[in-house]
Design a binder for this molecule. Structure first.
Ligand code: SF4
Length: 249
């Protein structure tokens, strides 16, 4: 069987796959390896895709390499061992509410003339990537909800979800951002948040879980649509019937 790790496949060395990473981590813990620039670079070379967790079942639920690497990154950040490019991303989130160094005021430019309700207890959370890089997905998600007659609003002051901070081991900044994002939803009395972006959804649903004492419900768009179509007798209005294949990313 091919090695399940995409990074090992591209870079070729065992240090990049789950087994190699565990050996390096063991040597770091036993002070047999010193932390230098190459270790910091190596620590961030794991994409966190969890392909190894799916294939290596040495422990129940699969080996959790993403968690091991995120834990190491937290330690590295605590020791001040960070990558310069991550500092820029952190600054952009603080200044622009997104990691792409895009102006905060153009977050919803993709809407053009389109008007979305300002008040609803159901929010469609667009996220930085869809707002600035994949607006066609944002617009298609809006269109889907509108076609079904779902009432929803957008957060006019939507912020980055902080996924990238979590992945980079920036626990202090991540916690502050998560708490602020949850408070924003509570202040607006939001009950449901729908995410077209899998990354934002995972961040709110899983990574915020420890900090979130609210009853706000988080749905990926596909989950929401599945439930909505079960609860409501009417389906999509299709101009014509077409065959489609659904690809789960
Ligand atoms: S989580 Fe990291 S080590 Fe595991 S397969 Fe993905 S890139 Fe490789």
């Amino acid at each position: 069987m091919d090695n399940p790790c995409p990074v090992k496949t591209v870079l070729g060395f065992e240090a990049y796959d789950a087994r190699g990473r565990i050996l390096v981590l063991k040597n770091l813990l036993n002070n047999k390896l010193k932390i230098d620039g190459s270790i910091v670079k190596w620590a961030y070379s794991c994409t966190g895709c969890a392909s190894c967790s799916e294939t290596c079942l040495a422990i129940e639920g699969g080996i959790n390499t993403p968690l091991l690497m995120e834990s190491l990154r937290i330690d590295l950040v605590r020791q001040g061992k960070v990558l310069e490019k991550h500092e820029k991303i952190l600054l952009s989130i603080k200044e622009n509410a997104n990691p792409y160094e895009e102006p905060v005021e153009s977050r919803f430019d993709f809407l053009k003339e389109k008007k979305i309700a300002r008040d609803s207890d159901t929010v469609l959370y667009i996220g930085c990537t869809l707002a600035y890089r994949q607006p066609d997905i944002a617009l298609a998600s809006i269109q889907l909800l509108e076609n079904l007659g779902v009432e929803f609003s957008l957060l006019q002051d939507e912020m980055c979800c902080g996924s990238i901070l979590k992945r980079y081991g920036r626990e202090k900044e991540f916690k502050a951002l998560a708490e602020s994002n949850i408070k924003k939803l509570m202040d607006k009395k939001v009950k449901k948040v729908i995410f077209p972006c899998a990354g934002c959804y995972r961040t709110y649903k899983k990574d915020y879980a420890e900090l979130n004492n609210t009853t706000i419900q988080f749905y990926h768009l596909t989950e929401f649509l599945d439930q909505y179509l079960k609860d409501n007798s009417h389906g999509f209005k299709m101009p014509k019937h077409v065959k489609i294949t659904f690809h789960d990313p």
